[in-house]
Design a protein around this ligand. Structure first.
Ligand SMILES: [Zn+2]
Length: 91
């Protein structure tokens, strides 16, 4: 999964998780790397994103792709399904 910027990474990952009904947060690492982890401390889901060596983009990697926590929020956005589909294509 590729992102143009870390801001884009955060935006896409947040959208994706809103549509999954999950809360997450982004512990800051540094200006070239970013990580998102699930808000539920027992859940192992996380995604890591780092600048690529030979291109201007950022590479995202999920070490644990499935949430082990319960769904917490209810999705009310009409385009929710679309966003999930789009991101799943990239994953
Ligand atoms: Zn989770």
């Amino acid at each position: 999964m590729e992102f143009e910027t870390l801001a884009q990474f955060r935006k896409d990952v947040r959208k994706f998780n809103i549509n999954l009904g999950r809360n997450l947060f982004f512990p800051r690492i540094d200006s070239e790397r970013c990580k998102a982890i699930c808000d539920d401390e027992k859940c192992t889901w996380q995604i890591y994103c780092a600048k690529r060596s030979f291109s201007a983009s950022y590479q995202g990697n999920t070490s644990v792709n499935e949430h082990t926590c319960e769904r917490k929020m209810h999705c009310k956005t009409a385009d929710g399904k679309w966003v999930v589909d789009e991101l799943e294509k990239k994953l």
